[in-house]
Design a protein around this ligand. Structure first.
Ligand SMILES: C[S@@+](CC[C@H](N)C(=O)[O-])C[C@H]1O[C@@H](n2cnc3c(N)ncnc32)[C@H](O)[C@@H]1O
Length: 222
């Protein structure tokens, strides 16, 4: 099935509200577990860049699990960041270590030159040009940076995408089901991502399918 890109930013209030209210706890917590398993010997302290953080549910889960980590979480949607701000207010202890940055990638005002960890979840499939993410990884990574990207992958047929929407968002708001379907059609296949990594000179990063709809791209920059 051919890729059908979707709008990059999730910048309507209704869309951001539905996304922030959805229960993604199982998938989001599984990213934290996968990260721990992937990098068991990581340093206790780290400066972390989270690209396309949305309402920051994933960011806060990583912050909770990694008390020595400080996060710069970037998103181009003011609507999404207002929900991120609310989430931070309800978890004040974690909020001290999470700074939200509004900005369109590329070009967002990212404060540090380099980061120890670069995270991104469910962001790649939004980009019209996927190389934007990989160029950003190259720019902000140094030797030893752990890269951990999770995303959907594109099913082979529309019928499979529809079945995934029924299975995982049957009880959610219609707008969320619509967005999930469009995201599945916009996502990349593992082999397309491997080609992107090669083009970016990021061959040390590996692509692994981790569920019926998710994959991860991970590795340490040599
Ligand atoms: C599906 S959400 C993922 C949010 C969060 N990482 C998560 O996993 O729950 C994708 C986010 O990427 C943001 N986004 C998409 N393209 C962007 C760009 N070029 N620059 C900055 N943010 C972007 C959207 O506004 C949206 O908040």
């Amino acid at each position: 099935m051919k890729r059908i890109p979707e709008p990059e930013l999730m910048d309507t209030e209704e869309q951001a509200r539905a996304y922030a209210a959805a229960d993604f706890s199982e998938a989001h917590q599984s990213y934290v577990t996968l990260f721990n398993q992937t990098f068991p010997k990581r340093p206790a302290r780290a400066a972390v860049l989270d690209l396309g953080c949305g309402p920051a549910d994933v960011t806060l889960r990583f912050a909770k699990a990694n008390p020595g980590y400080a996060f710069h979480a970037v998103d181009g949607s003011a609507a999404m960041l207002s929900f991120a701000r609310q989430a931070l207010q309800s978890q004040r202890a974690l909020a001290k270590r999470v700074r939200l940055i509004e900005g369109y990638i590329p070009g967002a005002p990212i404060p540090r030159k380099k980061y120890d960890v670069i995270l991104s979840s469910n962001f790649l499939h939004h980009l019209h040009d996927p190389m934007v993410l990989w160029r950003c990884v190259r720019r902000y990574a140094k030797t030893g940076t752990r890269v951990f990207v999770t995303d959907l992958f594109r099913p082979t047929h529309r019928a499979k995408a529809k079945a995934l929407v029924r299975k995982y968002s049957g009880g959610e708001a219609p707008i969320l089901k619509r967005d999930f379907y469009h995201s599945l059609l916009a996502a990349f296949t593992p082999s397309e991502i491997e080609d992107q990594l090669e083009e970016a000179g990021l061959e040390p990063l590996l692509v692994r399918v981790v569920s019926d709809r998710h994959l991860m791209i991970f590795g340490e920059i040599p």
